[in-house]
Design a protein around this ligand. Structure first.
Ligand SMILES: Nc1nc2c(c(=O)[nH]1)N[C@H]1C(S)=C(S)[C@@H](COP(=O)(O)O)O[C@H]1N2
Ligand SMILES: [Mo]
Length: 310
C-alpha cells in the first residue's frame, strides 16, 4: 500500500526543506523572471487562499523538486521541446480568465477564475503524475475535486462524458501556429471518472499559483492516467452524451486511447510502459497499474478489456 492517510506532512516533505525550497525559488526567481517563471513567485495566500493539506491524498514518496516540475514540461501550445515551455509561457495572460461549463447541463455557466478559486476550499494533494513517455513526478498539487464544479452546472440525465478544451490563441501561445496537434487541445473523461474524488481542478502547486508552463490559471489533474489526459489552461468544460474525440486520439489512434489509464502491461506501440524514471532519479522503477491508485479507481473499469480500451 503506497498511500498513507496517517502520514504527517513532515515525513513527506520536511517542512524546513519545503520552506527553504520556497525561499530558494523566490531568490532564483529574480533571475528567472525574464524567462517566464514570473507566476512562480505568487504565493496562493497572497490571493487570500489558504490551501490545507489533504491527509487522505498523499504519497509515501519525496516530491519531485519544484525546479524540475516547472522546467521540464509538455505544453505543445508553446513548444514540443520539454525544456522550452518555461521559457516561453510568460506570454500567456491568465487574467481575465473564464471557464464555460456547457453542454448536457441544466445550468450552463461561465465562471470567472476568481469565482472558481472561491468555489471550494483549496486542498494540497500529493499525487503521482506519470507521462506517457517514461517519466514521472510526485507533486503537491493544489485544487479541489472537479465534481464540485460539475455539480454546480447540474448535469442532465444524458450526461456521460466530459471534454476539456484549452485556450486557442496563437498570440499568446506561439506553438499553435504549428500543425502538431488538432487545436484547440481537447481531452476528455467519462463522467464517472470526472466525478471521482481523485480528479482535481488544479490551480496551484507547492503552495504557489500554478506556473504558466504547468497550465495556469486552471488545469485538470487525473492522477491514475497518463499525463496527456491532464489538460492545461482550460477555457471550456463540455458535458456530452457521446465520447469526445481528443486531440491525441486524432493524432495517433493506435498510440493514444481515450482511457489512457497508466498500465504497465500495455505498451505504447513505440516503447514499453512497464518502467518509469521519476524526474531527478538515476534508476527507473516499475510502473504500477493505475499509477498506484487501483484501490480508488479499478472498480470504474470492471468488466472492461483494458488492452482494447487503452
Ligand atoms: N493544453 C495542453 N495540455 C497538456 C499538454 C499540452 O501539450 N497542451 N500536454 C499534456 C502532457 S503530454 C503532459 S505529460 C502533461 C504535462 O504536465 P506538466 O508540464 O505540468 O508536467 O500536460 C498535459 N496537458
Ligand atoms: Mo505526456
Amino acid at each position: 500500500m503506497r498511500f498513507k492517510s496517517d502520514i504527517s506532512e513532515n515525513e513527506v516533505t520536511p517542512q524546513s526543506l519545503f520552506e527553504s525550497r520556497r525561499t530558494f525559488i523566490r531568490k532564483s526567481f529574480g533571475l528567472a523572471a525574464l524567462g517566464g517563471l514570473s507566476s512562480l513567485s505568487v504565493d496562493l495566500r497572497a490571493q487570500g487562499l489558504d490551501p490545507q493539506p489533504n491527509p487522505g491524498f498523499r504519497v509515501d514518496e519525496t516530491p519531485t523538486p519544484l525546479e524540475k516540475v516547472t522546467t521540464y514540461n509538455n505544453f505543445y501550445e508553446f513548444s514540443t521541446d520539454k525544456e522550452e515551455p518555461h521559457r516561453l509561457a510568460g506570454s500567456l495572460k491568465t487574467r481575465p480568465w473564464t471557464v464555460r461549463v456547457e453542454g448536457e447541463v441544466h445550468k450552463p455557466r461561465t465562471f470567472a477564475i476568481e469565482e472558481i478559486l472561491k468555489m471550494a476550499p483549496l486542498e494540497e494533494r500529493i499525487y503521482r503524475f506519470r507521462c506517457v513517455e517514461t517519466w514521472s513526478m510526485v507533486v503537491p498539487w493544489v485544487g479541489f475535486p472537479l465534481s464540485t464544479l460539475l455539480k454546480a452546472a447540474d448535469p442532465t440525465g444524458n450526461a456521460k462524458f466530459v471534454e476539456f478544451v484549452t485556450l486557442n490563441d496563437s498570440e499568446q501561445m506561439p506553438g499553435l501556429k504549428r500543425d502538431v496537434l488538432d487545436w484547440p487541445y481537447r481531452e476528455g473523461l467519462r463522467l464517472d471518472e470526472a466525478m471521482n474524488p481523485l480528479t482535481l481542478v488544479t490551480v496551484g502547486l507547492y503552495g504557489q499559483v500554478l506556473p504558466n508552463q504547468n497550465g495556469a490559471p486552471i488545469r485538470i489533474i487525473v492522477p491514475w492516467k497518463y499525463g496527456f489526459k491532464s489538460a492545461k489552461s482550460i477555457v471550456s468544460i463540455r458535458i456530452s452524451e457521446r465520447m469526445p474525440t481528443t486531440s491525441w486520439m486524432k493524432a495517433g489512434p493506435n498510440e493514444y486511447g481515450f482511457y489512457a489509464n497508466v498500465n504497465p502491461e500495455v505498451d505504447h506501440p513505440r516503447w514499453s510502459q512497464a518502467r518509469e524514471r521519476k524526474l531527478g532519479d538515476f534508476l527507473k522503477r516499475p510502473t504500477l497499474p493505475f499509477n498506484g491508485y487501483g484501490d480508488y479507481v479499478a472498480s470504474l473499469y470492471q468488466g472492461m478489456d483494458l488492452t482494447r480500451n487503452f
